[in-house]
Ligand binder design. Structure first.
Ligand code: KE4
Length: 433
């Protein structure tokens, strides 16, 4: 028995499913999870000393790769001065100033401790600012696990086949309306049926929790127009796209303005950090200034701020990082498409910036409905084949491949070879049937 398997058996006795987040249990890929010992740069090592090239990067936060030297140095320097004070620090001011400088339409920002917390707070703020109750979200988009968002969520909830969750009061989701991604008519219908009752639309500007699904031309602009016409707020959930698609995130990348933006992942540099921000008149509603209450013992934690601030500063000071990242991602996606053509495989590659998804379907994937047509059994074969070839990807059809700046040419070469082997095997097996 491998040490991973042994730890999994022990873990299952004392943690639900042996993990601290459902998708990590590998329930979707028919094998036990790998327990990780360490990671450095683009490589990750399990407790049995197997080495893999990491294309999960902690689900996105490690855009510079593992154990970036500058970030580690700043964390070490910060730790010896204290781990937490529960009081304001200079680093929080620096972090807030930096975010307001680089993210469009953000005059003020509040730090929290996860993406879920940033979304939960942003929704409360939208309701407090507008005085309205209803929220529009999109089927297949995932915004963390606050009650009102676990309605046809994507990501974990989608993969475990629970479009909803036990323990959620029906009252908690009564005001959550669900539209279809890339379908503006479905949004307009909801606004017609709920005149003057909708506080906000929340959207992943690039859906990355039903796999990567790109916004069709005019979709985000259409959401902006609908919100303006109905005095509703547009919330961009940029937990994944923030500081990745562009330094200013999806707002900059697509040139579409949001009223509130939520962050997570990259903003923490590997530490638990979330944030939400927007223009002054909205953010001034947040306590202690305004009446929308939100608080957190470890919000703005100095160590987390040191890591997140350093990561954002490195991205800001070195413009070529995101350029290189996006260029490398274009290259690897192109190679993947070439392999699919070579084997005439029923596979779709969706890619934007350094986010890529592989769908096992012959249909173009541009919505939740087309995404869930992807063949999950084939994904399982693909996942396990990539792992056998030393490539560590997300154990779920509905997640993304996250490219990092630590990935080098040799990593891409190995990925492409592994992808070729995997698609070849899948096509050969299909032809034998
Ligand atoms: P966290 O609470 O997990 O920090 O963030 C929730 C969240 C909010 N918004 C978006 C767009 C997100 O993608 C997420 C979380 N992402 C998943 C992976 N797609 C987290 C992985 C997990 O649940 O273990």
């Amino acid at each position: 028995m491998s040490l991973s398997d042994e730890l999994f058996e022990r873990g299952k006795k004392v943690m639900p499913g042996g993990v601290n987040s459902p998708v990590r249990a590998y329930g979707n890929v028919g094998r036990n999870p790998l327990f990780i010992k360490k990671a450095i740069g683009s490589k990750i090592y399990d407790v049995d000393d197997n080495e893999y090239i990491d294309f999960v990067n902690s689900w996105g936060p490690l855009i510079l790769g593992h154990c970036n030297k500058d970030i580690i140095d700043k964390v070490k320097f910060s730790m010896i001065k204290g781990l937490s004070f529960g009081a304001p620090t200079e680093k929080e001011v620096l972090m807030a100033e930096l975010i307001c400088e680089i993210v469009p339409n953000v005059d003020m920002v509040r730090m929290v401790n996860s993406g879920t917390e940033s979304v939960m707070s942003a929704l409360r703020l939208a309701r407090g600012f507008t005085g309205r109750n209803k929220i529009v979200k999109f089927e297949g988009c995932y915004h963390g696990h606050c009650d009102s968002m676990l309605v046809k969520a994507g990501s974990g909830a989608l993969t475990v086949g629970e479009p909803d969750s036990d323990g959620i009061l029906k009252e908690a989701v009564l005001n959550t309306l669900v539209a279809q991604y890339n379908d503006l008519e479905s949004v307009k219908r909801l606004f017609e049926q709920n005149k003057n009752e909708i506080a906000c639309i929340i959207v992943e500007p690039v859906a990355a929790n039903m796999g990567v699904v790109l916004p069709e031309k005019g979709f985000l602009e259409g959401l902006r127009k609908i919100c303006d016409e109905n005095d509703a707020l547009l919330i961009f959930d940029e937990v994944i796209t923030g500081f990745r698609l562009a330094l200013g995130g999806a707002q900059e990348f697509f040139d579409v303005s949001a009223d509130i933006v939520t962050f997570g992942k990259i903003i923490g540099g590997g530490f638990p950090v979330g944030a939400y921000g927007g223009r002054r008149e909205i953010m001034e509603c947040v306590s202690p200034l305004g009446n929308v209450y939100q608080a957190g013992t470890l919000s703005g934690n100095p160590i987390a701020m040191a890591a997140g601030y350093e990561q954002l500063m490195l991205l800001k000071k070195n413009k070529d990082i995101l350029l290189t990242l996006n260029m490398n991602s274009d290259y690897i996606a192109g190679e993947m498409k070439g392999i699919i053509e070579k084997y005439n495989a029923d596979v779709q590659i969706n890619q934007i910036g350094s986010l890529i998804s592989v769908f096992f379907t012959k249909e173009k994937v541009s919505s939740y409905k087309t995404a869930i047509k992807s063949d999950k059994e084939t994904f399982i074969k693909y996942f396990n084949s990539m792992l056998e070839n030393g490539i560590y990807i997300a154990p779920s059809q509905f997640e993304a491949i996250f490219i990092s700046f630590a990935h080098e040419g040799s990593d891409f070469k190995k990925f492409i070879q592994a992808f070729d082997n995997s698609i070849y095997k899948i096509v050969a097996e299909t032809n034998e049937k």
